[in-house]
Write a protein that binds this ligand. Structure first.
Ligand SMILES: [Cu+2]
Length: 93
């Protein structure tokens, strides 16, 4: 099983029930997108995507996203594992 596939499975086993706490992470900003997903920006400027179902998902770097307020953001980085880890930590019993 590839690392990426393992991460995806982990994400599906531990879906976030709501937006997770941003405390104790290096996430500096979260922005709601028009399609219901959320883009997180890390201290180093890289980003990660959370789907509307609360799982970390892959998005190609350079993809242009539309925010809920109608602005455009360009995807920088693709920090799936990083976000997936935070979502997991936030949902453990
Ligand atoms: Cu994105």
């Amino acid at each position: 099983m590839s690392i990426r596939k393992s991460i995806l499975v982990l994400s599906l086993v531990f879906p976030a029930l709501s937006a997770f706490a941003l405390d104790n992470t290096d996430i500096v900003k979260s922005t709601q997108l028009k399609d219901g997903s959320t883009v997180y920006q890390f201290k180093d400027g890289k980003m990660a995507m959370e789907s509307k179902f609360g799982i970390a998902v892959v998005m190609q770097e350079g993809t242009v996203m539309e925010t809920a307020s109608g602005e455009s953001i360009t995807m920088k980085g693709n920090e799936v594992a990083r976000l997936s880890g935070y979502i997991y930590l936030d949902n453990r019993p």
